[in-house]
Design a protein. Structure first.
Length: 116
């Protein structure tokens, strides 16, 4: 069973930057991947970034490509999301999903608000 905790959300101005973190803990032997999703008010949760844990391969949705960067620290079971050139439409609750041997887990989410 994996526990997931996000941190680093907050308020930023358009054009600004924020960095989110996601830590995985609990009873597992191996992490397969970590991904970020977000959910804006009245909208469905959407995927936008993923990192493969072993090889470090990354994938992004077009909406964030070139502005957001996902990275990992294997020793700390942590993934980071560096967000730059933020836009008001990036305002959402940001969730981390961790896939491990035996299942996956979601964090509680962290709010990101971008003002124009």
């Amino acid at each position: 069973q994996v526990q997931v905790a996000e941190s680093g959300g907050g308020l930023a101005q358009a054009g600004g930057s924020l960095r989110l973190s996601c830590v995985a803990s609990g009873r597992f032997f191996r992490i397969f991947s970590m991904a970020w999703f977000r959910q804006a008010p009245g909208k469905a949760r959407e995927f936008f970034a993923n990192i493969d844990w072993s090889g470090g391969h990354t994938a992004y949705a077009d909406s964030v490509k070139g502005r957001f960067t996902i990275s990992r620290d294997n020793a700390k079971n942590t993934t980071y999301l560096q967000m730059s050139n933020l836009k008001p439409e990036d305002t959402a609750v940001y969730y981390c999903r961790v896939v491990v041997d035996g299942g996956f887990g979601w964090g509680q989410g962290t709010q990101v608000t971008v003002s124009s």
